[in-house]
Design a protein around this ligand. Structure first.
Ligand SMILES: Cc1ncc(COP(=O)(O)O)c(C=O)c1O
Length: 398
């Protein structure tokens, strides 16, 4: 029997689908970070808040009452009812809770289902570059082809309808967007979304809109593309609880879409997940019923931190377009002459500050780093002073 683990591994048959996926650029980085002490992390994209107490309490109470079984595949009826009310109050779109809403295991599952339920092998899906790390893999796992549209700092990393249209072929099936955006913090105005909607309507394309950061906007109004004329029928809206209600670990999200699409997504969901966690659904229901006040307080706090980080990064000599949503700043580090990976690695080892290389989010992310400001103001200020020292030291050496 061989004791060489390398040889043993080779005997396993790994699917092309899985082999095609490259390891997340973020994960690689966090493995390194996990081995170090006293690091200030602007890395992980999750709220530093614990889920508000009344939400946790609702879940605890449900456990005490013994609510530990499966729910309906589509999710608890009361949660779908409440979600329908919530979406209507936010965006003025009416979804039928019985047929047009599906509760999922986070936006992560909703995204996967949206692709697997609507994309055939060889179909193309257009998306911005840089973009959230799961967008390309979700298309690849559905055997589709991701087609990227470059976005640039000069345009605040907003995707343009004209560039989208330029990439459309007879194989294009969908446009996948997520604004407010991870990693850039970009938000799309009503007019820009209307231009994208017009392209989608004209070419009969579905828009998959990741609205996970919809509640996190600063000084601007978020428009949901599904609310634009005729777009409810052409949109798969993906939403969640992780960011707005500080509920990343509860694993609850949803999809809102026309009945035929929700039926197809539910078919995949029922054989893979069965249902989203019951305890998480109870917590999500409480969040929708009574969580908006605490969510608004968190947004105010993120905004204070956002202003500090933008100013600090600019004072350190980095150009940084103003992020108007989510909780990320995406400064350019091109002036240092380093690649984004080099910059992130050196900043981590020399100053113990973790940021994510922009290249993890696509080719157009090269030359930038993602700084998540969902961390304490004290840590942000300390990180900024270390970044400034790092850049000054580096500039002197050049
Ligand atoms: C843009 C975007 N979409 C989806 C997700 C996944 O969210 P969830 O926790 O709901 O699965 C994230 C998480 O970071 C994200 O940034």
């Amino acid at each position: 029997m061989s004791t060489n683990p390398g040889r043993q591994l080779k005997k396993y048959h790994i699917s092309k689908r899985a082999s095609q996926l490259s390891p997340s650029g973020i994960r690689k980085f966090f493995d390194l970070l996990a081995s170090m002490d006293d690091v200030i992390s602007l890395g992980v994209g999750e709220p530093d808040y614990t889920t508000p107490w009344h939400i946790r309490e609702a879940a605890i109470e449900s456990l005490e009452k013994g609510y530990t079984m499966y729910t309906s595949n589509m999710g608890m009826p009361e949660l779908r009812q409440e979600l329908s009310r919530y979406i209507n109050s936010k965006y003025g779109i009416q979804y039928d809770p019985d047929t047009e809403l599906l509760i999922t295991v986070g936006v992560s599952e909703a995204l996967d289902l949206a692709m697997r339920a609507t994309i055939n092998a060889g179909d193309e899906v257009i998306m911005p570059d840089p973009c959230y790390v799961a967008y390309q893999p979700s298309v690849i796992l559905a055997e589709g082809i991701p087609v990227t549209v470059p976005t640039y700092e000069e345009n605040n990393f907003e995707i343009s309808a004209e560039r989208i249209e330029h990439q459309i072929t007879d194989k294009t099936r969908a446009i996948l967007i997520g604004y407010p955006a991870n990693p850039t913090g970009a938000v799309l105005s009503h007019d820009k979304l209307e231009q994208i909607a017009e392209v989608a309507r004209r070419h009969h394309l579905m828009v998959v809109s990741d609205e996970i950061y919809a509640a996190l906007v600063y000084g601007v109004k978020h428009t949901c593309i599904a609310a634009l004329p005729e777009m409810k029928a052409n949109t798969i809206l993906l939403g969640g609880f992780s960011k707005a209600f500080a509920m990343t670990g509860w694993r609850v999200g949803y999809a809102a879409a026309p009945r035929e699409i929700i039926t197809a997504m539910t078919r995949v969901h029922q054989y893979t997940m069965m249902c989203a966690p019951t305890m998480g659904q109870v917590a999500a229901l409480e969040a929708l019923k009574a969580g908006e006040e605490s969510a608004a307080e968190m947004v105010e706090d993120y905004n204070r931190r956002r202003l500090v980080i933008i100013k600090g990064l600019r004072d350190a000599g980095l150009s940084c377009s103003e992020p108007k949503g989510a909780f990320y700043a995406f400064p350019s580090i091109k002036s240092t002459g380093m690649t984004s990976e080099e910059f992130a690695n050196r900043l981590l080892t020399e100053e113990k500050v973790a940021v994510v290389p922009g290249s993890a989010f696509g080719q157009c992310g090269e030359g930038y780093v993602r700084c998540c400001y969902a961390t304490s103001l004290a840590d942000i200020e300390e990180a900024l002073s270390r970044i400034k020292r790092f850049i000054t030291k580096y500039r002197r050496r050049k």
